[in-house]
Design a protein around this ligand. Structure first.
Ligand code: DPP
Ligand code: ZN
Length: 852
């Protein structure tokens, strides 16, 4: 495969200010006529290169005349335009949407036609430069059978429509805003709409529509509310107004990603639109709200200001994730949202940054850009934006974003443009900060406290680990929020923002009577790993008294982690300190149950593994279960009391109600770990009495770990009740793949044979196999059966859907973190994948890099 380098960027030789597309729609054959008005930007004559993927030109015309001066260069069409400086280039093609199992370009899903063009899917529809720095105004005409496709949608506004006398009809859509081809969208199908409207800050009325299949419209209310809240929030917080008279969202069940921000016509995975209390959990509700906001916010951070090239992906994604995180924090509990964001970063991004696929948030090279829609580009990217916001403070950050939007509106910009706007708008020098865009790897801060004549100081040593292609690193600039407390009640050092720049740095803390309790990286101000030896007593004190909720959470997590890592390494441990701290935290549950539920949750098996030199999945599971059982038994009365109270009605989606449900789920898990005889019946009772999916799923997942009769019974009831609802059926697969039972590998193998399992739906694949790779002890089963299962999946899925197949590879690439026997088996599976003939570029890149 060819490697594309960031340093090779050249501006396009031809721009395409206007495009007219003409679609004759059909599920098996769709004919596409494209008319590109092209303008030369190169000084000298240059051929016009139009990228294609699987297309054949049926006819080529230039300025209305049939044209022969063209040839194919691999999949691409090269048109020789002589010394013309402008021309109208027309190309006719035909595509087969039903055969398009990659779900990139124009494809059929459940009898409807829809598109996904980011990053390079437009070239599967028609020949085009298909690079984000070529922006065009689109006119789209589509015609098709009125019964099969009663609804015809594209970007912008519908300016004309009509019917033929052969049962066909047509619509003409025009988008006044120039956009790159990756934001093109078209939908044709039998859909129903939930309509609403929003009046913008300048008084313009925008018509909103959420389009779904008949029967699903009753589950679109939450998404609609999230959309209106997002529109108001972006006006209030960033001063950004929506810019078309129409905003449509379409929900599609077969979708590779979460959703897509096409201009004026977002296309969503149904998972992030449909929600009602009977079928969606509180987390699902939050997911809908967050993704609706994310895609809406892209209208400015992504569409009005887009990316110059795909190396700049984090320019739109990191910034937009930061924006959706801030929105969700404003809509619910900010501390809980921060905890969730950090948990995700640690679960998905830290391992990526420590492994063979590590890359900076602005990568230097790629083979297949689809492989770079990563936790690094998205979530670490958001942390980089957050750090700038912290360094600048709210007013200067807003001045920076105003400058960025105003200066680059209508342009294809770079990460450097963003940082420069922050520097100028915020009056700050970010020269050193730019290293966050260049260097991969999670920085480590080693902290030590010292005292000299009653004056205390904190010494910080910063290191950034070597990553592939980057053996040497320089220290990063970062904001570190700290505070120091006198545990005996004396004066403390209040919340202080320190800007770290050096490899070593000393921070004066002031005078204390004895060693202060240090609260460090408050609010997770910098995305780093902190190494700091603290006694159990100090952590327990911070868990109870720190005035920063995130730091309180961290202290308790650290206490748990220290205990679990020591136990997994074979040391004798005492569970008492953790039990006491959990008990202490539980006392605050009346006030903020959501925070308490987060705080008392044990760290995941994967996160425990990340703290070990060599991950021992079996010891981690054993010791984590032991601690869970100890906490379950010691606080049995508390957990039972939490469950004895009445659950808030499932229709109550207030943060407090969600928190109570969350805490009840945690209580179920702790009780189940004790193995006390009546617990399966109690959990089954919660399952049966549940008036909504949050409780129902929590109880089902808890039962799924065990081998009680109630387990089989509940799984059966759940299946019978929801077998016709694909999103809920996904949960049925998921809880079984998450199970801590010793036979989970075999169970997953059998579930893959289930009549409801299919490789053609990415959600279903993720619900079974994605959940399974997140089940550390099962995936890493000592005989290698878990590795084989995933490699078999990749081999079966790659010819059909390379993008989704390639996403299953990274877990196999973590072999360096495991013992030699496991590492050898993981490598062998990667090699077996690579030996497959005709392997996609996506999978080849991920598998070969994973072996290094
Ligand atoms: N640009 C899309 C997003 O919102 C890609 N799935 O992240
Ligand atoms: Zn995005």
């Amino acid at each position: 495969p060819v490697t594309i380098h960031r340093s090779d960027y050249r501006p396009p030789e031809w721009q395409v200010p206007d495009i007219a597309l003409d679609f004759a729609l059909g599920l098996d054959t769709t004919r596409v006529g494209a008319a590109l008005s092209v303008v030369r930007h190169a000084d000298a004559p240059a051929p016009l290169t139009l990228r294609g993927d699987g297309l054949t030109p049926l006819a080529v015309r230039v300025d209305g005349e049939s044209w022969n001066d063209w040839h194919m260069a691999g999949p691409d069409l090269i048109v020789d335009l002589g010394d013309r400086a402008r021309a109208i280039v027309e190309v006719d093609t035909a595509i087969d949407p039903t055969a398009n199992t990659q779900l990139m370009g124009l494809y059929a899903s459940n009898g409807m036609l829809c598109t996904q063009c980011e990053a390079e899917g437009f070239r599967r529809i028609t020949f085009h430069p298909d690079r984000p720095d070529v922006l065009s105004r689109y006119k789209v005409r589509m015609a098709g059978d009125k019964t099969a496709f009663p609804i015809l949608l594209s970007n912008g506004n519908c300016v004309a429509k009509g019917a033929g006398d052969d049962g066909s009809h047509w619509a003409l859509w025009e988008d006044p805003w120039p956009k790159p081809s990756y934001l093109f969208a078209l939908v044709a199908g039998d859909l129903v709409v939930n309509r609403d409207s929003f009046t913008t800050m300048s008084g313009r009325k925008v018509e909103l529509g959420i389009w779904v299949r008949a029967g699903d419209e009753g589950r679109t209310g939450h998404a609609m509310q999230a959309l209106k809240d997002s529109m108001a929030w972006d006006e209030r917080v960033y001063g950004r107004e929506y810019d078309l008279d129409l905003f449509n969202i379409v929900a599609v069940s077969d979708f590779n990603m979460g959703a897509m921000e096409n201009k004026g016509l977002n296309i969503f995975n149904t998972r992030y639109i449909l929600a009602d209390p009977d079928t969606a959990t509180d987390l699902d509700y939050d997911g809908v709200q967050g993704v609706v906001a994310h895609e809406y916010f892209h209208n400015w951070s992504g569409n009005r200001v887009t990316c110059r090239d795909w190396f700049q992906l984090s320019l739109k994604e990191g910034f937009t994730v930061y924006r959706d995180q801030s929105f969700s924090a404003d809509m619910g509990s900010a501390p809980v949202k921060r905890i969730e964001d950090v948990r995700l970063l640690r679960a998905a991004q830290f391992p990526e940054d420590a492994g063979p696929l590590a890359h900076p948030i602005r990568p230097d090279s790629y083979q297949e850009i689809s492989n770079f829609y990563t936790a690094t580009v998205y979530n670490k990217g958001a942390e980089i934006i957050r750090m700038m916001a912290t360094l600048l403070g709210p007013q200067r950050f807003r001045a920076g974003t105003d400058l960025y939007f105003d200066r680059h509106d209508g342009e294809a910009a770079t990460c450097e443009d963003f940082v420069r706007a922050m520097e100028e708008g915020g009056a700050i020098d970010l020269t050193q900060f730019r290293r966050w865009y260049e260097q991969a790897g999670t920085p480590r801060l080693k902290l030590t406290l010292s005292e000299d004549q009653g004056q205390w100081a904190l010494d910080v040593v910063q290191t950034v680990p070597p990553t592939p292609g980057q053996p040497e690193k320089l220290p990063m600039m970062m904001p570190l929020r700290i505070a120091a407390f006198d545990r005996s009640g004396g004066a403390s050092l209040p919340d202080t923002l320190v800007t770290l720049t050096g490899a070593t740095q000393r921070i004066a803390l002031g005078a204390f009577d004895g060693r202060p309790a240090l609260s460090v990286n408050r609010g997770f101000s910098a995305p780093v790993i902190v190494d700091f030896d603290r006694a159990q007593g100090e952590l327990a004190w911070l868990a109870a008294h720190d005035d920063d909720p995130f730091a309180r959470y961290e202290a308790l997590q650290q206490l748990m982690l220290d205990t679990l890592v020591a136990a997994a390494a074979g040391n004798e441990v005492d569970h008492r300190a953790v039990v006491d701290a959990v008990a202490q935290t539980l006392r605050g549950r009346g006030e903020d149950p959501a925070f308490v539920a987060e705080a008392v949750l044990l760290p995941s098996e994967a996160f425990i593994g990340d703290q070990m030199l060599t991950v021992d999945p079996d010891a981690i599971r054993r010791e984590r279960l032991a601690l869970q059982a100890a906490i379950g038994r010691a606080l049995e009365e508390e957990w039972r009391a939490i469950l004895a109270g009445k659950a808030p009605p499932a229709t109550d989606l207030s943060p407090h109600a969600k928190g109570e449900r969350r805490l009840r789920g945690v209580a179920l898990a702790y009780l189940a770990a004790t193995g006390i005889g009546d617990i399966p019946a109690l959990v089954f009772g919660v399952f049966s009495d549940a008036d909504g999916m949050t409780e129902r799923q929590a109880a089902l997942a808890t039962l799924a770990h065990g081998d009680s009769d109630e387990r089989a019974h509940a799984l059966d009831i759940f299946y019978q009740r929801y077998r016709d609802n694909p999103l809920v059926l996904d949960k049925w697969f998921q809880v079984q793949a998450w199970s801590m039972r010793p036979d989970t590998v075999e169970a997953v193998r059998q579930l893959a044979e289930h009549p409801d399992f299919t490789l053609s739906n990415p959600n279903r694949v993720r619900s079974l196999y994605g959940a399974f790779t997140g089940n550390q002890a099962a995936f890493h089963q000592a005989d290698g059966a878990g590795y084989r299962l995933i490699a078999d999946l990749v081999i079966a899925l790659d010819p059909r859907n390379p993008q989704t197949a390639a996403r299953m590879i990274p877990p196999l690439g973590r072999w360096k973190r495991f013992d030699e026997a496991r590492a050898a088996m993981m490598r062998a599976e990667l090699e077996r994948i690579l030996a497959q003939p005709g392997l996609s570029r996506d999978t080849t890149e991920q598998a070969s890099k994973s072996l290094l």
